[in-house]
Design a protein around this ligand. Structure first.
Ligand SMILES: [Zn+2]
Length: 481
């Protein structure tokens, strides 16, 4: 007999409506599921079950699909460079500063565990992790119970910032090709993983750090395997200027010429396209190129907003027919915070409340992410779909008083009201902690790992600056009176 769990009389279910292809509220409904998926969404469930959960004061919400995040060193990067940037590179801090952060092989598991714990705590059930491959990657992800795609990054050029003002590229094609081969092995291992919850994505790291030949070969490798491709593209003005210098094209136009655009491609960030105010192009064709090819965008607003950069805008991209999905990129790995920022940024970018709605942003965080990954069985609560969902506590102070549950969650309570998260019908997060991996143990390890990184700043900085000069504290430190 299958192990059916029934959520009885859920006050609110965000259910998938086949008729509209979107989400809709269902009130006082029963939801039944087992490890294969949802078996019932609707009125009273009459079938057999082994476990019953009260849905009183609960909203059943589809699991979020995060199409872009990085484990690696990102979980220890917090609090270094939020107030820094390279003026000559349009204020972007990534090229000069993030490359200074070093994490040892022994610490990658703890960093990964903290990231995936944070994602689960904010209602994510599926995520794409773009990072360097390591031994603990697949085992830790599988152990967590989450649904995950590994996207092992590779590139032929390393960034180098000369004198804090010029971005150079140091090419090493042999090393890049070796990393490409290793990445494909990892992708194949993930696809074949017995858990059935892991997948692989081919990930040339950045559009400007791979040769055109490698980008095309990577796309071929992905397409012959029927797995998605992801590339950071149109993510910074420095990259935009570099591609103009090399090819006379925007990133999107360049990838179109290479034959890389397509419904299996997810472009990381895709902010600085020809219609963005900063790029000052004479054309506004990139959105049409993305829409016509079915290419998806991984929108990660928080990291960029921190540097004063904004996509123009989620509503405009969607109205142009572009599939905009959501990612958390670097820290914080908080999907609900990302959703709220996506909504607010879109309204600021266009100067109108009408650019996107709360429902649009839920769509971006669920169905659009599923579509980007080529799946119609996740990001929705419907009979036959995977049982990936959250239970939201409607009695949480941040959710009170309740008129519209989704608005309260997005605009007020955020992850604080996420009471439990299920993947494949199993509880993987409860009481603000992942149930299957040692989140607190991993957190305790990270301080020493961050201290190690700080000690190595000076040696990693081409200008030999001290940690205090590179990452001054936000406040001065006073001596005791
Ligand atoms: Zn990224």
């Amino acid at each position: 007999m299958p192990n059916v769990t029934v959520i009885r009389n859920a006050r609110t279910v965000v259910a998938y409506d086949e008729g509209t292809g979107g989400h809709a509220y269902m009130q006082d409904a029963d939801v039944a599921f087992d490890e294969t998926g949802f078996v019932h969404v609707g009125g009273h469930y009459e079938g057999p079950f082994t476990t019953e959960i009260s849905g009183h004061d609960r909203m059943v919400l589809p699991g979020f699909v995060n199409v872009h995040c990085h484990s690696g060193e990102e979980p220890i990067s917090k609090s270094f460079f939020e107030d820094q940037g390279t003026a000559a590179l349009w204020g972007q801090a990534m090229y000069e500063y993030s490359t200074l952060i070093e994490i040892g092989d022994d610490a990658v598991k703890a960093a990964l565990t903290v990231m995936l714990g944070d994602l689960l705590r904010s209602g994510v059930t599926t995520f794409v992790d773009i990072a360097g491959p390591h031994e603990c990657w697949l085992p830790t992800l599988a152990e967590s119970g989450a649904r995950a795609y590994v996207a092992p990054g590779f590139r032929e050029a390393q960034w180098h910032v000369e004198d804090s003002h010029r971005l150079d590229f140091r090419w090493d094609s042999v090393r890049g090709r070796e990393a490409f081969a290793r990445a494909l092995e990892t992708v194949d291992a993930a696809q074949a993983h017995p858990s059935g919850r892991l997948g692989g994505i081919v990930a040339p790291a950045q559009v400007e750090t791979c040769s055109p030949e490698l980008l095309q070969e990577a796309a071929e490798a992905a397409r012959s395997r029927k797995v998605p491709i992801t590339i950071h593209a149109a993510q910074t003005m420095a990259e935009h200027e570099e591609l103009l210098r090399r090819h006379g094209l925007t990133a999107v136009h360049y990838l179109e010429k290479l034959g890389v655009l397509g419904p299996d491609l997810i472009l990381g960030h895709c902010i600085f396209i020809d219609s963005h105010g900063w790029t000052r192009q004479r054309t506004a064709d990139d959105l049409g190129r993305l829409a016509a090819s079915g290419t998806s965008v991984a929108h990660c607003p928080v990291t960029f907003a921190r540097s004063g950069m904004i996509l123009q805008s989620v509503g405009r991209y969607r109205r142009s027919g572009v599939n905009v999905a959501l990612g958390t990129d670097s820290y914080p790995f908080n999907m609900l915070e990302e959703m709220r920022t996506a909504l607010i940024n879109a309204r600021i970018a266009t100067g109108t409340v009408f650019d996107v709605s709360t429902a649009d942003i839920l769509d971006v965080a669920t169905l659009a992410g599923a579509k980007a990954l080529g799946r119609s069985d996740i990001g929705r609560i419907a009979k036959g779909a995977k049982a990936d969902f959250s239970l939201v506590d409607l009695k949480h102070p941040g959710m009170q008083p309740v008129y519209d549950s989704l608005r309260n969650l997005l605009h007020c309570a955020a992850e604080r009201a996420v009471a439990a998260v299920y993947v494949d019908g199993a509880c993987v997060m409860e009481n603000d902690r992942p149930t299957r991996v040692d989140y607190d143990g991993a957190l305790a390890e990270l301080q020493a790992v961050q201290d190690f990184a700080v000690r190595h700043f000076q040696a990693n900085d081409p200008r030999g600056r001290s940690a205090a000069a590179l990452a001054p504290l936000s406040l001065p430190v006073l001596p005791h009176p």
